[in-house]
Design a protein around this ligand. Structure first.
Ligand SMILES: NC(=O)c1ccc[n+]([C@@H]2O[C@H](COP(=O)([O-])OP(=O)(O)OC[C@H]3O[C@@H](n4cnc5c(N)ncnc54)[C@H](OP(=O)(O)O)[C@@H]3O)[C@@H](O)[C@H]2O)c1
Length: 295
């Protein structure tokens, strides 16, 4: 039970909880972020003020929720995906929640979000995104590699090479392209703390019969994350991975599951918020996210 709620100075508004560890009988400290809405309404200087974030696949589902959260935490959020219309809807939601856009056609700047069409499977498209971010903001603090697709269901021996390529090129090669194109800008932002957050899946931790290509892409993404984390550690860039179980989005049907008990997109966004508001010396490198009750 919390004994001493307090709001700390110099860190995001949060509650410091002092609890006694049930087994080791020692004091445990944990920082709990206040509700997003409370955060924005109380913080005149939100925790990510002045920072720039890129979220891939920000037009719907988990990416949209992450983009909204990062914008609420104060960052200028660059929204990427293939469907401009969906991205515009996320930008409008950010605007409604207090942010704003100053229109300049395709590339909107100086508000709380920018909309950039980008296909992560196309290196040229990703490089254009990186050039835009560098030219416009001269910095990048947070990259969330969220864009992803599911695999065609069925046993691997029946999967077409085209479907294999589609899944691997989006979920794994796409992340490589984004890191290849955007990490140099983060590295050049010397003295700052950067975050790269890859949205993987519990399918990257477990067997997934009839989804082997998807599982392979996410197991690969986890290995990529752990390795790049070591490569970029010295540059003050923390590379972490979030592995959610099934989330209630349009991603895939979940027949027989109770949608209310399932993880929601906002739950993944909350995990992202926890990562990007950590103290500089703390590195939560991996989060496995499960529903409290089996749906
Ligand atoms: N939902 C789940 O059960 C679940 C569970 C664990 C992990 N995940 C992971 O979470 C991430 C997001 O999933 P979601 O549930 O939010 O799925 P979703 O609702 O289908 O959204 C996927 C997003 O990715 C974008 N996208 C797909 N291909 C792209 C490409 N080539 N270039 C740029 N953007 C692309 C889509 O936008 P456009 O089509 O407009 O490009 C869309 O915004 C994925 O990586 C997924 O593997 C999902």
């Amino acid at each position: 039970m919390p004994k001493t709620p307090a709001v700390s100075k110099g860190i995001p508004p949060c509650i410091i909880r002092y609890t006694t560890h049930p087994i080791q009988n020692r004091i445990v400290f944990s920082r709990i972020l206040l509700e997003d809405r409370l955060l924005t309404s109380t913080a005149s200087n939100p925790p990510l003020a002045g920072q720039v974030a890129v979220v891939t696949g920000a037009g719907r589902g988990i990416g949209r929720a992450i983009a909204l959260t990062l914008a609420e935490l104060g960052s200028h959020t660059v929204l990427c995906g293939r469907s401009r219309e969906a991205l515009e809807q996320t930008a409008a939601a950010i605007q409604r929640s207090g942010g704003g856009n100053s229109g300049r056609g395709l590339e909107k700047v100086a508000g709380k979000s920018s909309v950039i069409e980008c296909d992560v499977t196309d290196l040229h498209s990703v490089e254009s995104l990186a050039e835009h971010v560098e030219r416009t903001f001269h910095r990048l603090d947070i990259l969330v590699n969220n864009a992803g697709i599911g695999g065609a269901g069925g046993p691997l021996h029946q999967l077409s090479p085209d479907d294999w390529d589609r899944v691997l090129n989006t979920n794994l090669r796409g992340v490589y392209y984004c890191i290849r194109s955007l990490a140099p800008l983060m590295i050049n932002s010397k003295g700052r703390n950067g975050h790269i957050i890859n949205i993987s899946s519990l399918a990257g931790k477990n067997a997934l019969p009839n989804g082997a290509a998807y599982a392979a892409s996410k197991w690969g993404l986890n290995g990529l994350t752990y390795s790049v984390a070591e490569e970029l550690r010295a540059h003050n860039i923390r590379v972490s991975v979030i592995c959610p179980g099934s989330v209630h989005t349009e991603f895939s049907p979940h027949p027989g599951k109770n949608a209310e008990k399932m993880l929601q997109a906002a739950d993944v966004a909350h995990a992202v918020a926890m990562i990007v508001t950590q103290a500089p010396q703390s590195f939560a490198s991996e989060i496995l996210l499960r529903p409290t009750q089996k749906p």
